[in-house]
Write a protein that binds this ligand. Structure first.
Ligand code: PA5
Length: 445
């Protein structure tokens, strides 16, 4: 199970403060557990791991198999925010770093679109598509989000003109609301296979629904193991106790924020495969807590690379941050540093050592230096980076997020601030219905 170590916070906090914040987090645990808090109509994610049926997994496997039979080697997964980050995080974490160059994987390559409005990106995506055998998963809970809708219009037209309307329909799967939204209507009309995003699961908590699971499955990864890990975490974290890792994490980050003025949390990894886990985590915590004029700003670094760019600021810049270090006990692969006859680089003292040993010493050395520099440290550890441990980690962060946001006193499950840019964008694009807003915004320019 995910382990948490908060010894790196001890120099910054008093014991009675820790006790008080653990109590606050336990109270928040009760609110989450009893489903009596704000946003309690969005708690479907809590029991997703234990409720996923074999039937649903089989349905997703059937899509993977039917596309494999067609020789599909490129799947374009269209979605933004919670409708793409979970899948991207898991696929990046489990993939070979050079899978594209090695091309030794049977499963199709999954690429993402609809998470930006860059014309260059879409044009280049079509360059790639025109050389490949393509299918598409379009994901939008609301079915009305502009970025994925624009991308889907282009990809749909590409598929229809290359494969014909009927075959295109077999190469498109839609994941959306059970009843509402343009994507639902279109899917009914065109006969697309659909999967449902449950009503009571918000985008950023949807990685363990088909939103995350289908792209991960078609990319060839073991979604059963991912769900198994999440199920283990669901069981372990449901126990109300002071050393529940989710309670400890929620308590400590709120304590550092409220009592120590640490308003920025940096999620630190020492494996580039975790870059998108950090991006997923940033959305989860940023959208869940950043509201009502409060919240911890979620940031991330990829070490050791970023020790040579952000390291200076973290060590000696404005003292606003604490770090949560994602520690992985064991590497998946083994590379040992060999002795060198000349030893010009003077690295023979490392002969016989695993590279991961050096990585762990870099991690430990950095944490000690950052404590000396005034940056409290939380460690969140998993045994290794496989599907099961990743499932544990994702569920841990979701559950802890619910507790943490309730400890902070905000509704974790809404995101009213996301609408502001959309209103301005539609006004500037002169969308029908926005005439007054268009006039008003143009007067400001
Ligand atoms: O967490 C959220 O709810 C958001 O980030 C959504 O996932 C994102 O805005 C995409 O929304 P939709 O799936 O409705 O297109």
């Amino acid at each position: 199970m995910v382990k948490i170590d908060v010894k790196g916070c001890e120099p910054f906090v008093k014991e009675e403060q820790v006790k008080a914040y653990v109590q606050k987090a336990l109270d928040a645990f009760d609110v989450l557990d009893s489903e009596t808090g704000a946003g309690n109509d969005f708690l479907g994610w809590k029991h997703l791991p234990s409720q996923i049926t074999d039937g649903l997994i089989n349905d997703m496997d059937a899509i993977r198999e039917s596309w494999n039979k067609k020789g599909v080697n490129l799947v374009i997964a269209i979605g933004i925010g919670g409708s793409y980050l979970g899948a991207k995080a898991v696929i990046e974490a489990l993939s070979h770093s050079f899978a594209k160059q090695l091309k030794h994987k049977d499963a199709p390559e999954v690429v993402f679109a609809g998470n930006n409005l860059s014309e260059d990106y879409l044009a280049e995506l079509m360059d790639l598509a025109s050389e490949r055998n393509v299918a598409c998963i379009v994901i939008s809970k609301s079915g009305t989000t502009t970025e994925p809708a624009v991308a889907f219009r282009i990809v749909k037209q590409f598929l229809e003109s290359n494969y014909g309307k009927r075959e295109a329909a077999e190469r498109i799967v839609a994941i959306t609301d059970a009843e509402r939204g343009a994507l639902k209507v279109l899917s009914r009309q065109e006969g697309y296979k659909t999967f449902i995003v449950p009503n009571n699961v918000g985008g950023r908590f949807s990685v363990l629904t088909p939103v995350g699971l289908l792209p991960i499955a078609v990319a060839g990864f073991d979604i059963k193991a991912l769900v198994e890990g999440a199920k283990k975490a669901e069981r372990a974290l449901s126990i109300k106790e002071t050393n529940n890792p989710a309670v400890v994490y929620a308590a400590m980050r709120n304590l550092l924020f409220k009592e120590c003025g640490k308003n920025t949390e940096i999620l630190v990894n020492y494996n580039p495969k975790l870059t998108y886990v950090a991006e997923w985590w940033k959305q989860l915590y940023g959208e869940s807590e950043g509201k009502d004029g409060t919240g911890i700003f979620p940031a991330s670094v990829n070490n050791t690379a970023d020790l040579h760019s952000m390291g200076q600021f973290i060590q000696e810049g404005t003292r606003i941050m604490f770090e949560t270090v994602l520690h992985v006990d064991n590497a998946r692969r083994s590379v040992v540093i060999e002795s060198d006859g000349q030893n010009l680089d003077q690295l023979n003292f490392l002969s016989g050592k695993h590279v991961e040993h050096c990585n762990h010493m870099a991690e430990l050395g950095t944490r000690l230096a950052h404590i000396d520099g005034g940056v409290p440290q939380i460690e969140v550890a998993i045994e290794t980076l496989d599907a099961k441990r990743l499932g544990e980690l994702l569920y841990f962060f979701e559950f802890a997020c619910g507790i943490s946001a309730y400890t902070l006193g905000v509704n974790p499950f809404n995101q009213p601030g996301v609408e502001a840019y959309k209103k301005n964008m539609f006004a500037l694009l002169e969308k029908p219905g926005y005439e007054d807003a268009t006039k008003a915004i143009k007067a400001h320019l």
